[in-house]
Write a protein that binds this ligand. Structure first.
Ligand code: ATP
Length: 322
C-alpha cells in the first residue's frame, strides 16, 4: 500500500460494498420530451445478481474488473464507478484517492443496470472509506446526478420509479420471487432502443405513463401468478425490432411453464417468472438447451440496495445475509 489516506481512514483500509442488478416488472414509457428524455412509470425489483465493489486507498482513481462480461467494461474515466468516486470527491472537497475493484455478476448492457449498481456501490464504498459524513439522502442526491437508474440501485428492494426513473418510492410487496434470466452477450444500446420506440410509437405515447393497478395488487398480496400475468414493458416492441430473436426466447420460456415473461428494461435480458427455484432452473435449462441464450442466471428478488458488506475494522459478513 502506498500510504495515501483520506480524511478518516488508515492506509490500506478497504471497504467492500454489494449492490444488485434490477428488473423492470413494469415499464411505462411516455412521449419524448423537448429535453430528449422520456417520462417513465416503472416498477423496479432488485434481484440477487450482485456487483461487489472493493474500494482501497490508492494514489488517484483507478479501476479493475473481474467476473461476468468483465472484458466489455470500460476502464477509463467513462466507467461509472470512477465517475461516482470523482463526483463524491468533488462534492465533499476530499482528495479522490481510491482503487476500485468491480466484481461483476450483472450482465453488461443487459438492461439490468449493472453499471448503475457499480456507481451506487462506489458512492457508498468511497463514502465509508473517506469518512465524508454525508447522510444517505445526500448520497442519493449525488446518485441521481450519475444516471436515472442509480437512485434505485441505492434503494434496492421493490420500488416505483417516476420522472426518468430516478424519483423512487418504495412499493409494498409480500414474498420472494424466483426468476430465470436469459442473457445475451451482445447487449442492446439503450439510446437505440429509445430511438426505435420513438419510430414505432412516437406521438401516440402518453405524456404521463401510468402503472397497472393489477401489478401493484399482485405485489401487495404476494401472488406470483397474478404478477406473471401483469408483467409489461413498453420498450419490448422496440427491443424485439432490434433483436428479433428475443421473440423465440420469450416464447420458449413461456412454453417451459413461466408464470410470465418480459424483456428487462431496454433488453436484451429476458426475465421469466417461475413458481419456485426448481422451476426457475428448469426454465433456464430449457433456454440454454434450445440455444436461444448465451447464458442463464437464476435469481430471487427483492434484495436490498447498495450496502457495506465488509468495512474498515469490520469482519466480513456472511453472504447468506442477503
Ligand atoms: P443502461 O443503464 O444504459 O440501460 P444497461 O443496464 O443495459 O445500461 P450496463 O451494463 O449498466 O447496461 O452498461 C451499459 C454500458 O455502460 C456498457 O456497455 C458500458 O460501455 C458502460 N459502462 C460504464 N461503466 C460501466 C460499469 N461499471 N459496468 C458496466 N458497464 C459500464
Amino acid at each position: 500500500m502506498n500510504g495515501v489516506r483520506g480524511r478518516d481512514g488508515a492506509p490500506g483500509a478497504q471497504v467492500r460494498v454489494r449492490a444488485s442488478g434490477k428488473l423492470n416488472l413494469a415499464l411505462g414509457v411516455g412521449r419524448r420530451q423537448p429535453d430528449g428524455y422520456h417520462p417513465l412509470a416503472t416498477v423496479f425489483q432488485a434481484v440477487s445478481a450482485f456487483e461487489d465493489v472493493t474500494a482501497t486507498y490508492a494514489e488517484g482513481v483507478s479501476v479493475t474488473v473481474s467476473g461476468l462480461h468483465a472484458d466489455l467494461v470500460p476502464l477509463g474515466e467513462d466507467n461509472l464507478a470512477i465517475k461516482a468516486a470523482r463526483l463524491l470527491a468533488e462534492a465533499t472537497g476530499i482528495e479522490a484517492a481510491v482503487h476500485l475493484h468491480l466484481h461483476k455478476g450483472v450482465p453488461v448492457g443487459g438492461g439490468m443496470a449493472g453499471g448503475s449498481a457499480d456507481a451506487a456501490a462506489a458512492l457508498v464504498a468511497c463514502d465509508a472509506l473517506w469518512g465524508t459524513e454525508l447522510n444517505r439522502d445526500q448520497i442519493s442526491e449525488l446518485a441521481a446526478l450519475l444516471g436515472s437508474d442509480v437512485p434505485f440501485a441505492m434503494h434496492g428492494h421493490t420500488a416505483v420509479g417516476r420522472g426518468r426513473g430516478h424519483l423512487i418510492s418504495p412499493a409494498m410487496t409480500r414474498g420472494s420471487y424466483h426468476w430465470a434470466l436469459g442473457l445475451r452477450r451482445n447487449g442492446l444500446s439503450t439510446p437505440r432502443v429509445y430511438a426505435a420506440f420513438d419510430a414505432l410509437i412516437g406521438d401516440a405515447a402518453p405524456d404521463e405513463p401510468h402503472l397497472d393497478a393489477e401489478l401493484m395488487r399482485a405485489l401487495r398480496s404476494g401472488n406470483a401468478v397474478a404478477l406473471g400475468a401483469a408483467l409489461s414493458n413498453d420498450l419490448q416492441p422496440a427491443a424485439l425490432e432490434l433483436a428479433p430473436h428475443l421473440a423465440e426466447t420469450l416464447a420458449l420460456a413461456e412454453d417451459a411453464g413461466a408464470l410470465g415473461v418480459v424483456v428487462s428494461g431496454s433488453g436484451p435480458t429476458v426475465a421469466a417468472l417461475a413458481a419456485d427455484g426448481d422451476q426457475a432452473v428448469a426454465i433456464g435449462s430449457a433456454m440454454l438447451a434450445a440455444g436461444v441464450v448465451d447464458d442463464v442466471l437464476c435469481v430471487t428478488g427483492p434484495v436490498p440496495g447498495a450496502r457495506v458488506v465488509h468495512g474498515i475494522d469490520q469482519a466480513p459478513q456472511a453472504d447468506d445475509e442477503w
